[in-house]
Design a protein around this ligand. Structure first.
Ligand SMILES: Nc1ncnc2c1ncn2[C@@H]1O[C@H](COP(=O)(O)OP(=O)(O)OP(=O)(O)O)[C@@H](O)[C@H]1O
Ligand SMILES: [Mg+2]
Length: 249
């Protein structure tokens, strides 16, 4: 279980997160929804213990990660996989080397075991025959799936996805969302950051809407969609308007 308790964070005296609280139960998918600059990626950084906070606490499986030493923090971090905003694949490494990067780094597995793992992960994301390709030979959707394979390779319990479908066509987006749902069926816990409402509805057990560093609402998909909160209504209305205009053209 992941719990953020009243997290506040400033960058250069700007209040970026204001009293953010959030609970994610084991084996569920939580979506953090908000517009650009709302603080979504920052929340993921906070969960990884990668940035200083001003106040509050983050618990991961009961451990308060801002109160433990670096060695313990690394142990907690090993339970977490991350698919970064914009993939962050290593351009000079091929797919096999990218997917095995963190495994090889850990240095505990034999080469045969690493190769098996890479095969298993590539099969999970339906990209078996790409081992020798380099990132610039992959489409955007394939890159995302390789980034997911890399995040999963070390067997994390928790996976953080930062805008996993941004820039993808509907078919590739759907493939990514189905992978996220498949992970849930395997008992994994996911936190997915997005600004795309349809994607959120397709995968979320719980949704948290954030605006300017503040949580506007959180609850089940049904609760959020029915919310009469004025920000949420405006946010959804603009999405609706976009779709309507698009259809009329
Ligand atoms: N390292 C940093 N130093 C200073 N300001 C930062 C830093 N990282 C983020 N910010 C600021 O914090 C705010 C929230 O950024 P964040 O990246 O969390 O937004 P986001 O919701 O992920 O946006 P997007 O949808 O565009 O990715 C922004 O105003 C951003 O400029
Ligand atoms: Mg972001």
């Amino acid at each position: 279980m992941i719990r953020l308790n009243n997290i506040s964070l400033d960058y250069d005296e700007r209040h970026i997160l204001k009293n953010v609280s959030l609970t994610v139960e084991k084996g569920t998918t939580s979506v953090i929804l908000g517009s650009s600059g709302a603080g979504k990626s920052t929340i993921l950084k906070v969960i990884l213990g990668l940035t200083d906070i001003k106040s509050g606490e983050v618990f991961i499986n009961g451990k308060s990660i801002y109160q433990i030493n670096e060695k313990e923090l690394l142990k907690v971090r090993r339970k977490i996989g991350i698919v970064f905003q914009g993939n962050a694949l290593f351009d000079s490494l091929n797919v096999r080397e990218n997917v095995s990067y963190f495994l090889a780094y850990e240095n505990k597995l034999s080469e045969r075991e690493i190769n098996e793992k890479v095969k298993e992960m590539l099969s999970f994301v339906n990209l078996e025959d790409t081992q020798e390709l380099y990132p610039d030979q992959l489409s955007g959707g394939m890159k995302k799936r390789i980034a997911i394979a890399r995040a999963l390779a070390a067997g994390p319990e928790i996976i953080l996805f930062d805008e996993p479908t941004t820039g993808l066509d509907p078919i590739n987006s759907k493939a990514i969302l189905e992978l996220i749902n498949k992970l849930k069926s395997l008992g994994k816990t996911s936190i997915v950051v997005t600004h795309i409402l349809n994607d959120a509805v397709f995968i979320a057990d719980n949704m948290t809407v954030i605006n300017e560093g503040e949580i506007v609402a959180s609850g089940s998909v049904r609760e959020i969609l029915k919310s009469d909160n004025s920000f949420i209504q405006k946010f959804f209305y603009e999405i609706f308007l976009d779709n309507t205009l698009f259809k009329e053209n």
